[in-house]
Write a protein that binds this ligand. Structure first.
Ligand code: SF4
Length: 229
């Protein structure tokens, strides 16, 4: 469901605080992570303090509408779907995101959070599976990686590294070595759409001494770059 539909069904004036700004809520297939392929409700929160050069969700940088946590949870529950993914933008840029995550867990959902890795994750409900980016040099935001976040990830969480060049892959290997990432978490590497061929990434992963998982974005294979999927 898109934000416009959500707006039509909500009564903004009557919503209690706290609120978050939402770009869209929709149901699709999870295209990434260890939950790939599961029908999933996505809650895309508005705003991001980063500007990765390959960003495919720039439409979530601004706009959106503010909604109370209860109204969002009600919309999500209405989809009768076990998996829920809170994404962005950068969801943690809105403090009330932490409450939203906990409320979704309370409803019995399998909740995941997609975060840039640039903001503190220590307050995230431990029931939430965190998929945290490490930003590569070619993203233009490598200096934003908050490496202390690694101390707050659980073994069941995932690290995602988006690879835009051969240098990025070498950097990813260096990070895996330095922080022993592959013994602590699942490390997933994805190609920047249109910049690195999947075959090339596959060869890099197969040739690496480190345990990394190559992932392609299922939703883009099916729907391309169309928002709402
Ligand atoms: S962190 Fe995510 S939403 Fe923000 S600019 Fe980077 S890719 Fe886009």
């Amino acid at each position: 469901m898109k934000a416009a539909e959500l707006i039509a069904e909500g009564d903004v004036a009557a919503l209690p605080a706290p609120q978050v700004r939402v770009t869209e809520i929709f149901r699709s297939l999870q295209g990434e992570s260890n939950s790939v392929g599961w029908p999933t409700v996505f809650v895309r929160l508005t705003g991001c303090p980063l500007r990765c050069v390959y960003c495919d969700t720039a439409y979530a940088f601004s706009g959106g509408q503010r909604f109370g946590i209860d109204a969002i949870v009600e919309q999500v529950v209405g989809h009768r779907t076990r998996h829920v993914c809170v994404t962005g933008g950068e969801p943690l840029a809105q403090p009330a995101c932490l409450l939203l995550l906990s409320e979704l867990c309370d409803q019995g959902h399998a909740v995941s959070l997609e975060t840039s890795g640039a903001l503190d994750i220590s307050g995230v409900d431990p029931r939430v599976r965190i998929v945290m980016d490490l930003k590569t040099p070619s993203s233009g935001e490598v200096m934003r990686n908050l490496m202390q976040n690694l101390d707050h990830l659980k073994p069941s969480d995932e690290i995602k590294i988006v690879i835009g060049s051969a240098q990025d892959f070498q950097w990813a290997e260096q990070m895996v070595r330095e922080y022993v990432l592959d013994e602590r978490f699942d490390v997933l590497v994805s190609p920047v759409f249109g910049a690195v061929e999947p075959l090339q990434l596959a060869e890099w992963v197969l040739g690496s001494a480190h345990r990394m998982r190559c992932q392609l974005q299922l939703h883009k294979m099916i729907w391309g770059n169309e928002p709402g999927h």
